[in-house]
Design a protein around this ligand. Structure first.
Ligand code: HEM
Length: 498
């Protein structure tokens, strides 16, 4: 039989198995599966998500079927949560039951899922990695200790924009934000740039990260029909593995270099994360060994770069569309910091309006519009049963645009957070861009600082206008769905000195 024949045969066999399984689940759950559209043979409800905006398709289904719906995506039972009330139930009240992850096939490459804090189940290894992240990397004292490393990178960004302002050249905000985010992380971790953002040299590292993200964001048949995993029909796992291998090699090189320095001198005097982790590993290799250190860095680059740079780009688009917002932010900056100066992370707490802009950006444009969790057992949820091994999607973006919660939800209005106790830190389920509960984003404290400092610095140093004849208020907010939700085209903006 040829390749296509084999695939069709296998899919047919699975259709049968799937139908039987689906009937069994319905029976076992006493028909208490959440409501949802009828699945078709073989593909289930995959056709309901066709198109390039699956997050919008899911939002429409929720409007029709309610805040908890069930779908069958290929072979995978999927429950989608689209209200703050049910999200609280899932991420707070029954947090433990919903805290597993279903691992996309791409992340089985190079055994990533066995080492990665993002994909490990909530068990001992995950707990010890999260403890290290919370206490040794993202605690206030650690971030304060190495904030000078990041401050220099924001100065680099301003210097680059300054050069563009002199020639009238537009800044590709997405690219500049991605490069800056990458170097903000690499300096926090290794006291070192991994990209030279403004020339073509040294591009490799960021290209590797981007390529892995791109590969992993492709819809993969093997994720919906696990029988296909063994043949990796689109080659996604194979290619991801190759790129991950290259990136790991690069990270290994950075660690070797540091170990050599430490052999020469007992202390390197650095305050960066690599030194902290190597110290922990030397004292107790059980807590974290070299292999885990390498994988942890890989995880953090993947999780922390695009999420930050996309959010930053959205913030710039939204404020440029409404000049009154830029005016208010500049007034605050002039009063608190002084016109034309860069913002330090320590200044962020004194800039409440700028913080409102960042919160409103995260409400309207969460970079992860949908969070992926999984249940390992049957779980009761609001009178329904979520069957064992179901994938559970929390539709963060739908919740944050719910007209029942938010007045005028589609208008970007930072003032809605002014004087409000609502925050994005996982306590208020109306707006959970970083998630909530035990799997909440560990990078939140770093992202909150760097986003605000970058935005404040660019607004306080320049006036901005879109490239060409586009009026600021005409900048579009079209989205492109990928591993994170980006603007459909990069924002090109010209910095004007003032
Ligand atoms: C605007 C910036 C960011 C946003 C909106 C964001 C959002 C999120 C979300 C929604 C999750 C999943 C939570 C869940 O499933 O319940 C997550 C997980 C994660 N994030 Fe972030 N993130 C951001 C930046 C960062 C940064 C800067 C880092 C690190 C450098 C980071 C590291 C991680 C890691 C390691 C996880 C996996 C945690 C786990 O599964 O236990 N993130 N993030």
């Amino acid at each position: 039989m040829d390749y296509v024949g084999t695939v069709v045969g296998l899919l047919f066999a699975w259709t049968l198995v799937q139908c039987i399984r689906w009937l069994a689940i319905s029976k076992r759950c006493n028909k208490k599966l959440p409501p949802g559209p009828n699945p078709l043979p073989l593909i289930g409800n995959l056709h309901n998500l066709l198109g390039d905006q699956p997050h919008n398709s899911l939002a429409k289904l929720a409007e029709k079927y309610g805040p908890i719906i069930s779908l069958r995506l290929g072979q995978i039972t999927t429950v989608v949560i689209s209200s703050s009330h049910v999200a609280k139930e899932v991420l707070q009240k029954q947090d433990m039951a919903f805290s597993s992850r279903s691992v996309p096939d791409a992340f089985h490459a190079q055994n990533l899922s066995k080492f990665s804090v993002q994909w490990l189940p909530v068990a001992n290894r995950w707990r010890s990695l999260r403890k290290i992240l919370n206490s040794c990397i993202f605690s206030v004292s650690r971030l304060d200790a190495n904030q000078h490393l990041r401050s220099a990178k924001i100065q680099d960004l301003i210097a680059y924009c300054h050069r563009c302002s002199q020639t009238g050249e537009a800044v590709n905000i997405r690219q500049a934000a991605f490069d800056t985010s990458m170097n903000l992380l690499s300096n926090t971790f290794f006291s070192k740039d991994v990209v030279d953002p403004y020339t073509d040299s040294g591009k490799q590292f960021k290209d590797m990260v981007s390529t892995i993200m791109e590969e992993a964001s492709k819809p993969n048949l093997a994720d919906y029909f696990p029988i296909l995993k063994s043949i990796d029909p689109q080659g996604i796992r194979r290619r991801t593995g190759k790129h991950v291998g290259e990136l790991l090699q690069h990270i290994q090189g950075l660690i070797d270099e540091r170990l050599d320095q430490r052999t020469i001198s007992e202390t390197t005097g650095s305050t960066d994360v690599l030194d902290v982790l190597l110290n922990i590993s030397k004292e107790d290799p059980q807590e974290i060994d070299r292999n885990h250190i390498e994988r942890l860095f890989l995880d953090l680059f993947m999780a922390g770069t695009e999420s930050t740079s996309n959010t930053f780009e959205w913030a710039m688009v939204e404020v440029m569309r409404q000049p009154y917002i830029v005016g208010k932010a500049k007034d605050e900056l002039a009063e608190v910091i002084g016109r034309g100066k860069a913002i330090e992370e320590a200044d962020v707490a004194r800039l409440p309006y700028l913080q409102c802009i960042v919160k409103e950006t995260l409400r309207m444009h969460p970079p992860d519009p949908i969070m992926f969790h999984k249940v390992d057992q049957d779980v009761e949820l609001c009178g329904y049963v979520v069957p064992k091994d179901s994938q559970v999607l929390v539709h963060v973006r739908s919740i944050a645009r719910d007209p029942a919660i938010w007045e005028d939800p589609l208008t970007f209005k930072p003032e809605r957070f002014w004087g409000s106790k609502l925050d994005v830190r996982g306590q208020d389920f109306e707006v959970i861009p970083f998630g909530a509960g035990r799997r909440i984003c560990p990078g939140l404290p770093l992202a909150a600082r760097t986003l605000t400092a970058m935005l404040g610095s660019l607004l306080n140093s320049f006036d901005w206008k879109p490239e060409g004849d586009i009026k600021p208020e005409d900048l579009d907010v079209e989205e492109k769905f990928g591993i994170t939700l980006a603007r459909s085209s990069p924002l090109l903006a010209v910095p004007l000195p003032f």
